[in-house]
Design a protein around this ligand. Sequence first.
Ligand SMILES: Cc1cc2nc3c(=O)[nH]c(=O)nc-3n(C[C@H](O)[C@H](O)[C@H](O)COP(=O)(O)OP(=O)(O)OC[C@H]3O[C@@H](n4cnc5c(N)ncnc54)[C@H](O)[C@@H]3O)c2cc1C
Length: 409
Amino acid sequence: MFSKRSSPVAPAPAPSPGAVRVCILGGGFGGLYCALSLHQRLKKSAQVHITLVEPRDRFNFTPLLYELLTRELAPWEIAPAYQDLLKHTAVDLRQDWAEHIDLAQQTVTLRHGEPLTYDYLVVALGSQMRPPATPGSQTHALPFNTLADAEQLERRLADLDHLPKVQVVVAGAGPSGVELACKLSDRLGSRGQITVVDRRGEILRSYPQPIQRAAARALAQRGVEVYLDAAIEAVDASGLTFGYEGQTRRCQANLTLWTVGTVPRSWLGSAELKPTPFGQCPVRPTLQLADHHNVFVLGDMAAMPAPGRGSQSDPFRNRAPTTAQAAYQAGPAVASNVLALIANRPLKPFVYNHLGDMLTLGQGEAVVCGFGLCITGRLGGFSRRWAYWLRLPTHAHRWRVMRHWLGFK
Ligand SMILES: Cc1cc2nc3c(=O)[nH]c(=O)nc-3n(C[C@H](O)[C@H](O)[C@H](O)COP(=O)(O)OP(=O)(O)OC[C@H]3O[C@@H](n4cnc5c(N)ncnc54)[C@H](O)[C@@H]3O)c2cc1C
């Protein structure tokens, strides 16, 4: 499925004697952008050795994952290989799973490689699927969180190519459910019959009203059926059953997609770190652990403070959201604080800056709201694509993608 291959790189050199060892766990929006920012600030200084531990071989730019379904983008554009992204940096990439953090010994145990010893640790392991509570959901429904999930869905769609009608049911009317429903509807055209089912009473519960309205319009225009206040009871090979208006209903489906939420990955190791009620790791405003100043936690798995954010009833009040936008901002902030700590300079609190919300609502279309403005349709699609292009990792990758969009080989 990949049209461009990653090029092999020489293994990174071992840390020079006396170098400060910074170890980053997780190469997603928080960890990768922290590593790139550290590299940019340090260049190839031998004084600091940066190690990035990440089990996947490709970074996943998740907000653009939906574009694979409509073939608006190619996998290499939104999932560049780490080896390519890091080849001109001094970041030492370990393709491995971190399994245990020993805060007292300052070591990280890896699944395959030798344990790592760190002076400074950055932890950004993101989220994972909510443990399945609905019978059959794990066996019969597909998740949509990673490039591997998108590829699996692509294979299932190919298997259904011969059918004159394809019935798809999407569990969850959050951003993933709505974006998937719109994209799949455009992909399948008149062959597709898409249904969205959610136990809550509204779509996109945590989004501003103009976004909710634009999404409801996009779903209606595509003939997507939406059942709200509907409790999914079971999933099987041919669809799902749900409770709706006091009755049990059946929704036949050739394909069921599961987008009912994620939970933060838990801390690897010692039980001394008590998570918040939402399972996140409590951190100081500088994103350090309270009792271990050389350890930073960021992204989805950290309760990153954002004073004044959210309404009284918002359970995530005063916290940054669990989004790429927040993790992307926190990465460079942590890099700056790690260097401040090394240089004995004062650290700065992380300041989350909400730049707005964007959702793709079908092929070439999106809603983009921010700074009191809301753009929809093709112009929204163009603005969203542009905003994400600016945030793709590394200049080299951005230019490669831009050249491709402009039709250069
Ligand atoms: C389909 C989809 C669409 C999304 N769309 C948007 C959007 O439009 N806008 C937005 O702001 N947010 C969006 N998000 C949310 C966004 O992806 C996350 O909030 C963001 O990725 C969080 O960044 P992170 O660094 O905390 O975690 P991640 O980016 O998930 O990175 C965590 C990394 O840690 C690695 N890892 C996990 N366990 C280990 C381990 N034991 N050892 C080493 N590495 C490990 C993982 O492989 C992963 O690469 C979307 C998410 C999904 C799934």
